[in-house]
Design a protein around this ligand. Structure first.
Ligand code: ADP
Ligand code: ADP
Ligand code: ZN
Length: 214
């Protein structure tokens, strides 16, 4: 099964994608994670993406489509994938249709996580992750069971993203409304869209997504 999780920054896409990875063996394809890895490695893609990511703008379609196209040639995608943070523009959505057709991959569900602006802003402000395994946490809604120790891997170092600051978050929300939100209508018109209540707690969102996936 191959699915897209659609929603603004902070909607909970990464959180749910990791849970689906654990429960269903799907592979999480986060373009944000891939681009951050490219920036850290100093590759040409990373060099092209660094400044625009820091500002909260969208990286160019050609770059992102190239990254996803290469990733879809890896053998593990046969387990089924979750697109997390891709597509983010109509051009990316059209390119994805073509890539999937060329590579013989189906798209089974597009799940919109509906939230509101105040909540996503607060979620991003409190977001941090385990530096070792990437597990996501939040200052208010999801602290580790033992303070300072990752539930998943026992790691004791945590990090916050450079673009999770108030200015970049405003730019990211604007990019979402201008470029990404039309995808809700795009997938609705294709008869593929399902919506879940992204404001519910993490386990309830998971149940709603599970009900969609069947
Ligand atoms: P996205 O990948 O869509 O940007 P994340 O999965 O990183 O969003 O979630 C953003 C923040 O909100 C994280 O700190 C996460 O722990 C927290 N979070 C995710 N889902 C929920 C939820 N349903 N309720 C409360 N907090 C949540
Ligand atoms: P969030 O968790 O807030 O949804 P991501 O980790 O998905 O953010 O993305 C972080 C940044 O990486 C974005 O603000 C953007 O600069 C870049 N990026 C990620 N995916 C894409 C994409 N599909 N198209 C363009 N830029 C992207
Ligand atoms: Zn960890």
């Amino acid at each position: 099964m191959n699915i897209i999780l659609l929603g603004p920054p902070g909607a909970g896409k990464g959180t749910q994608a990791r849970m689906l990875t654990e429960k269903r063996g799907l592979v999480q394809l986060s373009t944000g994670d891939m681009l951050r890895a490219a920036v850290a490695a100093g590759t040409p893609v990373g060099k092209a993406a660094d400044a625009v990511m820091k500002s909260g703008g969208l990286v160019g379609d050609d770059i992102v489509i190239g990254v996803i196209s290469e990733r879809l040639d890896q053998p593990d995608v046969k387990q089924g994938v979750i697109f997390d943070g891709f597509p983010r523009t109509l051009a990316q959505a059209d390119a994805l249709e073509k890539l999937l057709a060329d590579k013989g991959i189906s798209l089974d569900h597009v799940v919109e996580m509906s939230v509101d602006d105040e909540v996503v802003t607060a979620r991003i402000a409190g977001r941090y992750t385990c530096a070792k395994c990437g597990e996501g946490y939040h200052d208010e809604s999801k602290q580790p069971n033992v303070p300072g120790v990752c539930d998943k891997c026992g790691g004791t170092e945590f990090k916050r993203r450079a673009d999770d600051n108030a200015h970049a978050v405003r730019t990211r929300l604007m990019a979402y409304y201008r470029e990404t939100s039309p995808l809700i209508g795009y997938y609705y018109a294709k008869g593929r869209l399902a919506s879940v209540d992204g404001l519910a707690d993490i386990d309830e969102v998971e149940r709603q997504i599970s009900a969609v996936l069947g």
